[in-house]
Design a binder for this molecule. Structure first.
Ligand code: SF4
Length: 258
């Protein structure tokens, strides 16, 4: 199938993208995939489980699952009913259990029990869309096939002016066009790290964070507002001493009565 060419990006936009990447690298030197896994099939299972669930929640569920059903063959043989008890703390655990059982069965039947290493093959597995395939290719095999676009990447890519789109497929194409291929896996880790630590969906740390102030319009605006000196204070009212105030009141009273 002929690939659609990536959108063209100016040198200035690429240079700005490179600055963002360098700043994120300096800020988050420990950025990495936060799911716990030891083999490609464990990463695939953990990524399927992570849809609409937190990595922390997935990491709590997977040790028991991987201990009880340690191979693709064991997961396939257990079927959804055997997987569900281990993952019922996660959203949509029934659908996810089915996707895991079926994808592991396909891995055993069609790929000799090994997770395939191409986007095309991964996309044939149940429960695997482009985002999951990119996670597995990038992290388990070191293959930069695309950029993982999750909710953090989508939000930050837009706020940093790297895309104008909301559709994950279009955002991914913009990012692929702006950043060198060898950085794609790292880029998504960095954006996810920044998204989780600095730019929460509601109420980020706009003015406090140097990257935000430099690359996000909200950050620049928040910093400007912080920098505005407080308006010259209205001179404090002179406090009348209790004695004087008392006499003033009584003299006013006197004059009203008079
Ligand atoms: S400036 Fe605020 S809105 Fe922009 S990326 Fe940073 S935390 Fe998010």
């Amino acid at each position: 199938m002929k690939e659609t060419p990536l959108p063209r990006k100016s040198d200035a936009k690429r240079a700005r993208a490179a600055e963002i990447l360098a700043a994120l690298r300096a800020r988050h030197p420990d950025a990495r995939c936060e799911l716990h896994w030891t083999t490609p099939h464990e990463l695939l299972v953990a990524t399927i489980l992570s849809a609409q669930s937190t990595d922390v929640g997935v990491n709590k569920a997977t040790p028991g699952l991987f201990r009880a059903l340690p191979t693709p063959a064991a997961l396939a043989a257990a079927g959804p009913a055997g997987i569900e008890p281990h993952v019922r703390t996660l959203n949509f655990f029934r659908n996810k259990s089915r996707a895991i059982a079926e994808s592991m069965q396909a891995i055993c039947d069609r790929f000799g029990g090994e997770v395939p290493r191409t986007m095309e093959e991964l996309l044939t597995l149940r429960g695997v869309a482009r985002k999951t395939a990119n996670v597995v290719l990038g992290n388990a095999f070191g293959i930069n096939e695309g950029v993982v676009v999750d909710t953090h990447v989508a939000r930050l890519a837009k706020r940093f002016g790297l895309t104008r789109h909301d559709d994950p497929a279009k955002i991914e194409r913009d990012l692929m066009a702006l950043f060198p291929r060898e950085t794609w896996t790292d880029l998504s880790h960095l954006l996810i790290f920044h998204g989780r630590r600095a730019c929460k969906a509601r109420g980020g740390s706009c003015a406090e964070d140097a990257i935000c102030r430099r690359f996000c319009r909200e950050g620049a605006r928040a910093a400007k507002i912080q920098a505005i000196p407080a308006s010259p204070a209205t001179p404090p009212r002179r406090q009348a001493s209790p004695a004087r105030s008392g006499s003033a009141t009584s003299s006013r009273r006197r004059s009203t009565r008079g």
